[in-house]
Design a protein around this ligand. Structure first.
Ligand code: RIB
Ligand code: CA
Length: 312
């Protein structure tokens, strides 16, 4: 079985870090490269954090690229209140020895999609969609060459986490999200509606710690730190592992279910800026443009995650 070729676009972030580890531990996937984008913390940190995670996985062979350091038109909004000053707060962080690639992330995305056979590369955005939208603007010819975009972002029933109406990744760069959702590329959305069901619990975190490995320890300490925000805000039992849902879908799609519906992004109203207006009940005749997930088998998700992290 040939591994599925993917590019991970990311703003690490503890949950991004777990998603990257899951991808690097899974033989079903071939990570062609990791592109960093400004989001949870500024680009100077997300690019460094991506290197740290690759080294933690023992994968210094993975090419990491720095991308856009600000949204297309707006000022960057970050989330240190959730992820801490470094973006990977929790454990002591090593200084990465790995170097960034010289090319810009957008150039890497364009070149890769033009080089690889059409329909064989999946884009996995885990942060604001600035890099992806910029690549589509600079090279419209690559849109039809994308196999699929599987992204973490948006919400319908869960509405918002950074404002009452919007999820963080979409809110930070709504213009970029609008470009991606209107692009015509096949899109699978992991909204808060499923990621809020991917909750850590003490036994689940203990399973990471019990591995007795550095990756297991780091994942446990990242989730210990990351969960305090959601426990306080939602009274939930643990942290929602948002971004690993994207990678888990690529490995075991049957862990998820959803609907192929129309999803549009609010870019005008200050009140609802960044809202993903998902026609979940199909009350309009707007053309469906995304597979929008609504259900997750949480036990199956954590079984997969624990098995794979345990292999590192
Ligand atoms: O709203 C959750 C998303 O925002 C996740 O991708 C998290 O890492 C942050 O980027
Ligand atoms: Ca993220």
């Amino acid at each position: 079985m040939t591994a599925r070729k993917i590019i991970i676009d990311t703003d690490p972030g503890q949950d991004d870090a777990v998603a990257i580890l899951l991808a690097l531990a899974s033989p079903e996937l071939e990570v062609l490269g990791i592109t960093a984008v400004a989001g949870n913390v500024p680009l100077s940190l997300t690019q460094k954090n991506a290197l740290i995670v690759c080294e933690l996985a023992g994968r210094t062979d993975v090419a990491v690229y720095a991308g856009c350091d600000a949204p297309l038109t707006r000022k960057l909004v970050t989330a240190e209140h959730v992820h801490g000053k470094t973006g990977l707060d929790g454990p002591q962080l090593p200084t990465p020895k790995m170097e960034l690639q010289a090319a810009h992330a957008v150039e890497f995305i364009i070149e890769t999609l033009r080089r690889e056979d059409a329909g064989t590369v999946t884009l996995c955005p885990l942060g604001p969609l600035t890099n992806i939208a910029t690549a589509f603007q600079q090279a419209p010819d690559i849109v039809d060459r994308v196999q699929e975009i599987v992204l973490m972002g948006g919400a319908y029933f869960q509405v918002g986490n950074i404002t009452p109406a919007a999820e963080f990744n979409i809110y930070v760069d709504p213009e970029a999200a609008d470009i991606v959702f209107r692009s015509g590329a096949p899109i699978v959305v992991m909204p808060l509606d499923v990621t809020h069901k991917a909750l850590t619990t003490q036994p689940r975190v203990d399973a990471f710690r019990a591995m007795g490995t550095e990756p297991g320890r780091m994942v446990a300490e990242w989730t210990d730190f990351f969960e305090r925000f959601d426990k306080e805000k939602y009274g939930s039992e643990g942290a929602p592992l948002h971004d690993p849902c994207v990678i888990a879908y690529l490995i075991q799609p049957n862990l998820f279910s959803g609907r192929h519906i129309n999803v549009e992004v609010e870019t005008q109203s200050e009140l609802t800026l960044g809202m993903t207006v998902a026609d979940w009940w199909r009350v309009t005749d707007r053309v469906p443009n995304a597979l929008f997930m609504g259900h997750l088998d949480a036990d199956g998700f954590f079984a997969l995650l624990t098995d794979r992290i345990g292999r590192l």
